[in-house]
Structures are given as C-alpha cells and as structure tokens.
Design a protein around this ligand. Sequence first.
Ligand SMILES: [Ca+2]
Ligand SMILES: [Ca+2]
Ligand SMILES: [Ca+2]
Ligand SMILES: [Ca+2]
Length: 432
Amino acid sequence: MVLAALATGGLAGCGDDVCETESETEITGTSGSTSATEPTSTGPTTSTGEVTSTTAGTAMTDPSTSSASATETTGTTETTGNDFMCLDSGELCFVYAFAFLEGARVGALELGELVDGGALDVVVGLEDGYQIWSGAGGGSFTETPKVLLDNAVLDIVVADLDGDGDNDIAFTQSASDSVEIHVNEDGLFFPNDMVSVVGFPRALAITDVNNDMNLDLVVAAELAGGVNLLIGSGDATFSNSVFTPAGSAPLSLVLAPFSGGIFDDMLVANFGGDTIGYYPGEMNGFGDEKGVGMIAGPRALAVGDFDNDFNLDYAVSGEGNDAVGVALGTGVGTFDTLDLFAAGLDPRALVAADFNNDLALDVAVANRGGDDVTVLLGDGTGKLGVAQPVYSVFEPSALAVADLNGDGGPDLVIASDGAVAGGVTVIVTKGA
Ligand SMILES: [Ca+2]
Ligand SMILES: [Ca+2]
Ligand SMILES: [Ca+2]
Ligand SMILES: [Ca+2]
C-alpha cells in the first residue's frame, strides 16, 4: 500500500503535483500487520482488457525464455560513487546492489511472489504498461517481457485474486478511468477483468471487505474525491459497488485493523485537502469519516506499531512542509495528533521497517525534490530521529521494502519517475 506505494512530472494526463503515484505502503517491522499490500487468500474468469506484450499475443511470454533474451536491458550491478552510505552512528550502511530500467519513468512499484518461485519479484508500473522483474536473489532481478497498455500504471496490488494459489495483479489505468486485473497462469499474465472507476483511479488497496472470503479492491479516485469499493467474486472479477466520499484529491490509502475488529479500517490521504481521513471498517464497506489527521500535502501512508504498544499507528509523508508525520493509534479507532519530523525536500513515498534491528520501527522516505532517500530512525516511542540520507537518486517516486538478500534485514527498492534518470535502484542494508 499498501501498504503501499509514487510518480510524475509527466505521466500521461497528469500535472506535476497531482498525478504521481503515491506510495508504497509496504510494511514490515515489529508489527506491521496491514493488509493493504500482500494479502493472500481466495477463489476463476472473464476477460477484457487490452494487453499487448512486447513479444506477442495477449499474454506475457514465458519468463524463462524472456530472461534469456533480456540482454539489451538487463540490470546492472556496477557500483557508483553513491554505492555505500552509512548512518551517522555507523551501525548500518545502505549498499548499492542493482539497478534496472534506467531512463524509464517508473510510477509504481510492488513486491510479491509472481514468477519462477523463490525470491521476491517486483512489478513496476510504467508510462505505457507494466513489467515484472524476477527476483534472482541478493537484490538483483531478471527481466521478463513488458506488457504494453494504453495508459500509465500509477498503482499496482499483488494478491491471489482467483484462489488458485498464484499471485495475480490489479493495476490502475487512470487516464481511461479503469482498474484492470491480470491473472497469473504459470508465470504468464492474462487479462481477466476491467472495471470502470470514474474520476481518475489513482491508488489501490485490497482486503476482504464483506467477509465472504473473496478479496475485494478499494480504489481511491483522485478527481472524484472518494473511494470506490470493487467487490470480488472470487474468480478475479469485480463489480463496482459503493462510493465513499473522501477529501480533495485522495492520492493514497491503506487498510489495516486499526480498531482491532475483524474488518480492516481505512485511511485516505487527501493531498488537496491536507487531511488524512479515517473510516472504520464495517460489513460491506466503510463507515463515515471519523477523525482526521492534518498535514500539508499528504502523499503516502505506512502502517506499523511505532511505539510498541501493540496498537497500529501510521506514518504519512507531507509534501507541503517537507515532513513525515506519525500518528499513534489508540487501538479503538482513534489516533493522537500527528507529530511532525523533518524528512527531506518534497517527500513522496515512504515505508516503515526496522532497518537497524533495534525493535523500534523506522521510516524511509523518498524525497522527490531532494533527489534522495532518507531514513529516520524511530526510538520506539513514536518519535523519529534526524533524517539521514542513505541514497542519492534523481527524483525518487516510489519505495518498497523487504528482505531481498536473505540476511534478515529490510532492503529498499527505489523507483524514479524522473524526466532525466528514471528507473529502479535496489539498495541493501549491511551492518557496518
Ligand atoms: Ca491466482
Ligand atoms: Ca469479499
Ligand atoms: Ca502503536
Ligand atoms: Ca529501528
């Protein structure tokens, strides 16, 4: 989303400030239990959607053959002058591991098991489609054929949407007001459904809203100023159901059981309204907005337990005042006032994870205007320390976090949608 998240200056149809991707809200950490990004669950099929793969037909070609033919655009493990940046304390360093798709404007990024088994794969949203890079271990990835689409992909979720045990993907086609679902059959992806969502669908999250064991999609529509509920039938098809008004220009959302109930509750970041709205989960949808967090230009959300009290909290990037806010949850659906911490210039995406292994959740922030990624170490009480740059990269737009090299520490995947650089960079954590 969520966990989370990411993009812009020039994605098709988007203004510089409003159309980037929001956020990755991928969470790991001491208690990150959000369900927005990597749920697993449920139960087959229609099909629409227009997909043309670069190699032919309506489905991707076998990734194993594609990786063999990926010589022109494979990633690189060459080091750069920027290849090793340590925290001031020296306890932790972020080391360049891999980069790919240099020059591509990457607006969305999601990790998940998609092809080939084994290591986590990454799927990236591009200006004209999406592409899966198969995890090869150690933080490196192997290309599979790009799937061409009519419009930019601004958000992606990965989950098993048809209950066959393989993860599928749902993604936005914002400029054509639709959400599309492609199902995974032995590592090949086939268009399975396309749902109309008016108002520039911009961010996606997934959960089982109506408790029928079928995953549903929750979609923030930027220009409509609200959230659409797409009810899943268990066969990777969805029907547009309830619309819940939110605030102005919602750019991201996360779902998590903040109140401890059986339904996930929802937070929506209203970029244009400078608010984060909280909506309690209810059978068949979400209740009225209840409680609002205030921060200038909220962009991306991340969920976790920042003060180790077993109640879920959230962090939000605030582009308007170059800050990250943390709001501590009470466990019953209310939150303390947001505490703000300086992040970097134009904070865009953020993720929460315990990078230095001290059992206190930390935050990594992609500062699009500052051309860097900073880490703010948490102290375990909900406070964050000074923002420390851990990587310089041109116009970072999206982040994802996971242990990619198998050492137990969370690593970072950074996407850039910059007009000059672009691409995806992987940095891994290592003790100094
Ligand atoms: Ca599946
Ligand atoms: Ca459901
Ligand atoms: Ca907490
Ligand atoms: Ca920590």
